[in-house]
Design a protein around this ligand. Structure first.
Ligand SMILES: CC(C)(COP(=O)(O)OP(=O)(O)OC[C@H]1O[C@@H](n2cnc3c(N)ncnc32)[C@H](O)[C@@H]1OP(=O)(O)O)[C@@H](O)C(=O)NCCC(=O)NCCS
Length: 146
């Protein structure tokens, strides 16, 4: 399997909306991804397996603080290192572009995601009670600071 990680393109959106629908109870739709391409403060990467989009991650940059708002890998491609590789590339590209700190929220039960965030230097700094719906759950707030 050949894995490539590059910036999001319009042609990736259809497949990524399917990955989202499979992974989340409140998935991003095609129009949500299209909005990203229109805003210079949004930066998104896509992972391709043999040329087909199987995951994405990205952030919204506000004054040097990047809020990572979506990290996902299609179910059958999980556990192969794609999630961590995307995250590492996102951080490298962000820092090269002047991002000073990264933050994100994650369900407190999402052990796999918390594991890759911790491996990439994120630390828990707080809890947002009842942040998530479907099902309702607390969010862990994590930061990666220089
Ligand atoms: C979180 C997610 C993006 C990770 O993607 P991935 O490609 O499977 O990640 P990787 O293969 O790079 O790494 C997975 C790591 O999690 C670990 N892991 C898997 N299940 C785990 C669990 N239940 N508890 C702890 N660690 C776990 C794996 O062992 C691996 O770590 P290792 O490389 O140190 O062995 C993927 O699981 C996903 O899309 N989940 C659904 C969407 C989601 O929850 N996104 C996060 C929103 S904040």
């Amino acid at each position: 399997m050949r894995i490539e990680i590059r910036e999001l393109q319009e042609a990736d959106i259809e497949a990524l909306a399917e990955v989202e629908a499979e992974a989340f109870s409140m998935p991003w739709k095609k129009k949500d991804f299209q909005g990203l391409l229109e805003h210079s403060y949004c930066f998104y990467l896509v992972a391709l397996a043999d040329g087909h989009p199987v995951g994405c991650c990205g952030y919204t940059n506000s004054c040097g603080e990047a809020d990572i708002d979506n990290v996902v890998v299609a179910r059958q491609y999980r556990g192969c290192g794609i999630g961590q590789a995307m995250l590492r590339e996102l951080i490298a590209r962000g820092e090269a572009g002047g991002v000073e700190a990264f933050t994100l929220e994650v369900r407190v039960s999402n052990a796999a995601a918390i594991h890759i965030y911790e491996k990439e230097g994120f630390r828990a700094e707080g809890i947002r009670p009842g942040f998530y719906e479907k099902p309702r759950e607390d969010a862990m707030i994590m930061w990666r600071r220089k």
